[in-house]
Design a protein around this ligand. Sequence first.
Ligand code: 9MG
Length: 282
Amino acid sequence: MKSWQTSRRRLSFERTLVMAILNITPDSFSDGGEFLSVDDAVKQAEKLIEEGADILDIGGESTRPNSQRVSAEEEIHRVVPVIEAVAKRFDVPISVDTSKSVVAEKAVEAGAEIINDISALRFDEKIGEVAARHKTGLILMHSRGTFETMHSQEPVEDIFAEISKTFHSSIKKAESFGVKPEYIALDIGIGFSKNFEQNLELLGKLDKLITEFPDYPMLVGTSRKSFIGKILGGVAAGERLSGTLASTAIAVWNGANIVRVHDLKETVEAVKIVDAIRNNTN
Ligand code: 9MG
């Protein structure tokens, strides 16, 4: 049975874990500006936990297409008080969604036990040092380009070969800072530097990558992403729940261990169904 070590606990994958998105940003693509006060964020965290969140992913910098970088100071100002308050009230694993080492450091001091880096140490490799020193979990997500260009990269020809190569090199880089393999989770980075067809292909054949990296938990986030909007004829982010549930179900069926979503209750129920069928099939 796969497991994942964080600085505070060992998570195991007898079932698929659901990571809840808690964005503390004024410009986040589907919940912009709703959760800016610490009290509101804590209330939202409580709701997500009641609905079955296994992990809370707290972020202060939107990574949607065309979003602007925010300073480390601003990001710290947004996420640290929320992480502190949530960690004080609830015994739930908190991950900090950041690609800046100074933000990661402060977030971990405030109670985060996982670092979710969409750049897999490419934007700021010192995240590897922070993760190793604090023994946090570390999510290495596949993306290409800089923060500004990651959504406008020319597609590569073989996305599986590209992700496989990048996973090997990011794991090696993390290990060079002293991060042990049992602290690392991988993520294919749906919607980041992939074209429409590649997003679909990755979800449909996710098991290929999982077979290649059998010891690492695999995280997948499709929640409200634009490939869903495109399939459904251009529906807005808030109208993508059914598409999110369908794509999440496929990812879980194909072996994802953690799914990252906005809509907890519905996803927890959908994932329970897929887990039950999988457990009766294999
Ligand atoms: C921050 N963020 C946005 N999308 C994401 C995804 O698919 N995976 C991870 N780990 N983080 C994401």
